[in-house]
Design a protein around this ligand. Structure first.
Ligand code: GRF
Length: 217
């Protein structure tokens, strides 16, 4: 069993996907033990509660980023957490957490990194006029949305897309990517060398047709 903590600040749909995957036996040896949030009223906390998962609120008020992360770290260590998943976690991690859990913190980002890091990735893709975007899971390092890439999914940006429709289609892929990534990590099948992550054992790259546009005569 691999003890997992999920850090979340918002809606919690990725957390929900993880907990459903766990209930259906699709998370391998990973077991979500606790959900930690900087926001007491985050919907993610209610989702954790519904699934019978322990919730911990750490109040960031008046704390430096390091002091806050030290408190979070204490909660993780007290529960023997081995793997940390950021699922809609809106805080930048300080080196306190990154160093303690080097190559053991996974983030999901709604773009094909290194394109469109940071906030509003879907808006950025639209504004840039990108034709393709997607989602990325990666290990967390000291820089924002920067660590070694684990898995990616791609979707086409449609001429009719709004930020919302694009976000919805990306989210659909996120909810498949994140459980698959957590499973690989929990099974010990990911090794990191520099920027490159090697996946041991069976891994099927996407088999869908190439995303090549057709020009209509
Ligand atoms: C997701 O798009 C995730 O990639 C990003 O924030 C969003 C969180 O959604 N980091 P949810 O809270 O999991 O529903």
């Amino acid at each position: 069993m691999v003890h997992v903590a999920v850090l979340a600040s918002g809606r919690g749909s990725n957390l929900d996907a993880l907990l459903k995957a766990q209930a259906e036996g699709r998370l391998g040896p990973a077991r979500v033990q606790v959900v930690v949030s900087d926001r007491k009223d985050a919907r993610a906390m209610a989702i954790a509660f519904q699934h019978g998962i322990e919730t911990v609120h750490v109040d960031p008020k008046g704390l430096t980023r390091e002091a806050f992360d030290t408190r979070v770290l204490r909660e993780l260590e007290a529960r023997g957490i081995q793997l940390v998943v950021l699922a809609g976690y809106m805080r930048l991690l300080s080196p306190v957490l990154v160093r303690a859990y080097r190559d053991r913190i996974i983030n999901i980002h709604p773009a094909l990194l290194p394109s469109f890091p940071g906030l509003n990735a879907q808006r950025q893709a639209l504004d840039w006029g990108a034709r393709v975007t997607g989602a990325t899971t990666h290990f967390v390092d000291e820089q924002v949305d920067h660590g070694p890439i684990i898995l990616q999914s791609a979707i086409a940006v449609l001429p009719t897309d709004t930020e919302d429709t694009l976000a919805d289609r990306i989210l659909e892929t996120e909810q498949r990517l994140l459980p698959a990534t957590v499973r690989l990590a929990a099974e010990g099948r990911l090794s990191v060398e520099g920027r490159r992550v090697t996946i041991q054992g069976g891994y099927a790259p996407p088999t869908a047709p190439l995303l090549v546009p057709e020009v209509i005569p």
